[in-house]
Design a protein around this ligand. Structure first.
Ligand code: SME
Length: 155
């Protein structure tokens, strides 16, 4: 099964093309890990982000899940780093410049900006989607809107 993704055009166009493809991919699979893996791969392919992946809530800590990109830290405590902060706040966090975010956890020195979106199931945060870019200020409300739609497909 080969999927071809739209890797050209504006980011809205890419997300708009990607979401129906992800819907059909995710609707046919109930395994969470499998779905996180395919979402990571699809986002990486379409946008060529530095790092795309999930941290799952497990025993009150975020534990590294499926991802694409350089190796990453495996555990993040509640409230720590951008991921732990998004988990604590229960909302999407956009960091235009990671060096300006107190407590940012640098898994790769190449990461310059970041967005973290909670995955919510039955009112509980079960994971976060973390996306890192090598470009400063690479994420905005458009990314937040579409990545939240994608995370909602996972819940
Ligand atoms: N920068 C994240 C840590 C995870 S990595 O970027 C893959 C943070 O501050 O939570």
């Amino acid at each position: 099964m080969e999927k071809s993704f739209n890797c050209i055009g504006s980011k809205e166009e890419r997300y708009e093309a990607l979401i129906p493809q992800l819907k059909s991919l995710l609707n046919t699979e109930t395994d969470q890990i499998a779905n996180y893996a395919n979402v990571s791969a699809a986002l990486k392919e379409v946008f060529d982000f530095l790092w795309v992946g999930f941290y799952r809530v497990s025993n009150k800590v975020l534990v590294l899940g499926p991802f694409q990109g350089p190796i990453a830290c495996t555990r993040i405590a509640f409230g720590k780093g951008v991921c732990g902060f998004a988990w604590q706040e229960g909302k999407t966090v956009i960091v235009p410049d990671v060096d300006q975010f107190p407590g940012h956890i640098a898994c790769s020195s190449r990461s310059k900006s970041e967005i973290v979106v909670p995955v919510v199931k039955e009112a509980n945060i079960i994971a976060v989607l973390d996306v890192d870019s090598e470009l400063l200020n690479n994420f905005d409300e458009i990314d937040a809107k579409y990545l939240e739609i994608i995370c909602a497909l996972l819940s």
